[in-house]
Design a protein around this ligand. Sequence first.
Ligand code: ATP
Ligand code: MN
Length: 467
Amino acid sequence: MQFSFENTVRIADAAAGKGLGTEIAVHGWVRTKRSSKSVTFVELNDGSCMSNLQVIFSEDTPVPEAELERIQTGASLEVHGVLAESPGGRQSVELQASAARVIGEAPPESYPLQKKRHSFEYLREIAHLRARTNTFGAVARLRNTLSMAVHNFFQDYGFYYLHSPIVTASDAEGAGELFQVTTLPLDRIASQETELDYSEDFFGKPAYLTVSGQLNAEIYACALERVYTFGPTFRAENSNTSRHLAEFWMIEPEMAFCDLDGNIEIAERFIRALIEAALRESAEDMQFFDKRIRPGLIAELEQLLASEFTRITYTEAIEALEQSGKRFEYRPSWGADLQSEHERYLTEELYSGPVIVTDYPKEIKAFYMKLNDDDKTVRAMDVLVPQLGEIIGGSQREERLEVLRRRITEAGLSPETYWWYLDLRRFGTVPHSGFGLGFERLVRYLSGMQNIRDVIPFPRTVRSVEF
Ligand code: ATP
Ligand code: MN
């Protein structure tokens, strides 16, 4: 038996009828094995879909007893046989084995993923094996579907995919949540208690992992008009929540000749397109999430597709919260950021759907957002969804040179560092806008999973990094 892409059928294709009635070969990992006196049933999964392929070893299958013994939960297997329609049963097809070979055993006394269900907390500790469970297989496939949908959406609208840098010299958010990148010998410096000398560092000055590709995207938007980034982003925020990661993937479209209204329109269409793609292209996995993870999920998403996105200003949001008569842990007050509990009240109780909040106080938003004529608020927009809260943060950018210079200074940053950013306003400036969508927040929302750590293959959070 030789491996070849040509004679091997993926289980998803077999389930759809590919090779029906003929001799095929499949590979995969054993999920369960059941034996009666005369027949052995093996459920095989190769990750191509949620469903397992039922493999039947009947009495006259020429597979030695000793080889059958080695087929245990978790073992990897190659099976040849005739693909037949399944009489009755849950699956449409089954494989009548004519030959089988265990490629790698999984001793039952030590293989952790036996039949019973494990908690997500436990599975995080064995993240190298959790991909072999139904839930994590489904999450991985959903991420794939959504990634392709992101590219399709923007390509259809004439955006160019921009590779923004991972190492940067500036804090795009001005929030100071940066991981530093350095080759300085920190151990030695600490023991000698000498000053850091950045001229000795790799880049000759401090450098960081990017918190956002936005500023770089602005450069290209001011040349190609429409671009988007889709890459890893890093934030050293010490927030141990179910919606923050230290390393996450962010999608950031940036559009020239576009104001806040255009920005909101694209954001809304984008969210709808992603939900539609998930329901259409990951139907089997979405059914699983709906049944096992969050009952009612599909109906909720369909309802969202049918509903309007409510649009209110930050000032209106604060008024609504004050008048709600609700007792919040943090009292809403003009000038303070919206808390998660406030976002949930707006989306789940007051408007029962997505809410777009615009025009936040300048003090709580980044320096690059366009200042309104009131001199108090900026052209920001956050898209809030039920269950999750903020899924998108965006704004129209400040395109006026003098105003931007003043805002950088007010934010305690130095205009010299941002000379290139200011140049964009000096030469051919245009109104432009964009937003950032955290990919894992999206996946969490569309899968109904509760914790953001369970929708990224390898989560990195405060005090936790492995592999
Ligand atoms: P939050 O207030 O929830 O921390 P933020 O205001 O810091 O969000 P932005 O700077 O606007 O977020 O980033 C844009 C988007 O990136 C957010 O809307 C969110 O979807 C995502 N995001 C931000 N921080 C994280 C994080 N630590 N982990 C995962 N996603 C994140
Ligand atoms: Mn944050």
